[in-house]
Design a protein around this ligand. Structure first.
Ligand SMILES: [Zn+2]
Length: 153
């Protein structure tokens, strides 16, 4: 069994998620917005599990997984595939984890707007992740990552 990624800044995020005063998918921070499709969008996760961790969501504010329309689901899938290509070109990860967290108990920080996580993985990343922890919260680092992905898009 692979070890879960150790991401201590996630805990603080989960604890403060209820204090967010806006939806990061309906009103994404421009510097974190990577791409928009017809009915979905890609934003860089401000509290990543790894470098280049992006979130793909329908543009419509929808919290029920079953209420995502077929065209939106198709757009999310296409954008996730495009994100994987852009991440491969930019950071050369060796693998990816893709997943939907439904409910706070499952780790969802934002429960009322469903989103797909695309998490790049590297061999041994569970070991060096803690070393990278301090750089991940730097806004300029995140903005630079988003810019690199937009360039590769
Ligand atoms: Zn929303």
């Amino acid at each position: 069994m692979p070890k879960p990624l150790w991401a201590p800044w996630r805990l603080e995020y989960i604890q403060h998620a209820d204090e967010l005063d806006r939806c990061i998918f309906c009103e994404p921070e421009p510097e974190l917005l990577v791409a928009r499709g017809e009915t979905a969008l890609v934003v860089l996760n401000k509290f990543p599990y790894s470098s280049g961790h992006v979130l793909v969501a329908p543009q419509r504010h929808v919290g029920d997984f079953g209420a995502v329309e077929a065209n939106e689901a198709s757009d999310v899938h296409a954008l996730a595939a495009h994100a994987i290509d852009a991440l491969r070109a930019t950071y050369a990860p060796q693998g990816f984890n893709l997943g939907w967290n439904i409910g706070r108990v499952a780790g969802a920080g934002i429960e009322d707007h469903v989103h797909l996580h695309v998490v790049p993985r590297w061999n041994g990343d569970t070991n060096f992740m803690p070393v990278l922890a301090d750089v991940k919260v730097l806004p300029e680092h995140l903005a630079a990552t988003a810019e690199r992905l937009r360039d590769a898009w």
